[in-house]
Design a protein. Sequence first.
Length: 462
Amino acid sequence: MEPATRSATPTVTKEERRDTGGEDDLIDIGIGDDVLIVDDTPANLVAIEAALEPLGRRLVKATTGVGALARLLEQDFALIVLDVAMPGMTGIETARLIRARERNRGTPIIFVTGMAWEDEAIDEAYEAGGFDFLVKPIRPEVLRAKVRVFLKLQERTRALRRQAEQLRASQARLYEHELVAQRNRFESELLDEKVERLTEGDRRQHEIAALIGNELINPLHTLRVAFDLLREHPNADRGERIYSLIEHWLGHVTRLVEGLIDVAQLAAGQLAITPEMVNLTELVRHALDECRAITHARKLAVRIEADPAGALVLGDPVRLLQALTTVIDHAVRSTQEGGELVIAAGLASGEVVLRVSYPGRGFGPSALPRIFEMCVVEDQDADAGRLRLGFSLARRLIELHDGSIRVSSSGVTQGATFEVRLPRPPQDVELTSLELGDVHQLPTVRMAALDHPADDADDDVA
């Protein structure tokens, strides 16, 4: 009868092995595919080889501990069957050296011995990194069953690892897909917003172009009629009246075209300023001179409250006058007949502040936010449907001087107050020693006076 093969059952738990310095944090359960058999007896190698051959794994043999270590340097193994009692380097010593190599810390080792094992020997085997052990003579079916368990555990570990990698890859693809989807949504929203802005801008450009054409065509028609009358009746009694009409509408068209040129130059950054020391009070008086005819016709009173020392700024007198004339011209034309126009200048919060206040026609709540935009007047009966160009240009001219302009109004019939703020000149400049610009030498003001209809003129010249 074949001698019974005795298999020792482990008596030390995994936690106990950790407490006694056993192996933990295993990298893997065998990272190779072949099985390494180590025994110094050729007959034992043949017997183990015959027992494990049905498992279908390639079997690699070594007769010494040194030979086993050399094989491990050449390749990885799924499992090692290791004889304990070998001459030279014992199986326990070989196991310790195998476990010292990071790559082989998780490779299962089954010890095989022909000696009777005591508890101390079992503890030593587990401390050296053994997973299991068998006592010779070995029953082939028992050895095969034990090896098959570790090989299946290896296969399941690999399957779990593949599934984990597939899950991570799937999550990465899902995350990438979500990022792409979010980016596409964001880009789509940005594109829609840009298209909407471009569409609105295009619509406004077409609207403004149509209004500019309308502003030009009406006076041009009047000029054509006047020209035809002069050509047909050169000696008519209405000659002087016709000349005045032509002069009026030519000035209107000229101001419109010049204002549009200024707006285009500002938008392109081509409008330069030449700063010098300027007294705002003098600019205000010059602007009022431009509106003297309307002021007298409407019997308006003008009150100027200004601190001479607090009205000095560093700026381009021509461009500042152009902006202030737009504001004052609007105020003169909007002040109720017989009313008083108040213009105050002084220092406030470290800035030079100019306020133009008047009673009469003001602005409704819906018009205030768009006062300084180049847009169409919509809510004021007198100016409805007309192009507002001058305020937009005035704001940009003041911003070129690092200043600001705003307007407040309590309603369409409650008048309004314009406030212009400009930086105070540097304090290290001796203002009294500077020669102020002579506003009397300024050229004729280029003012886009389309914030109001042109002065009433009799178009009926027939």
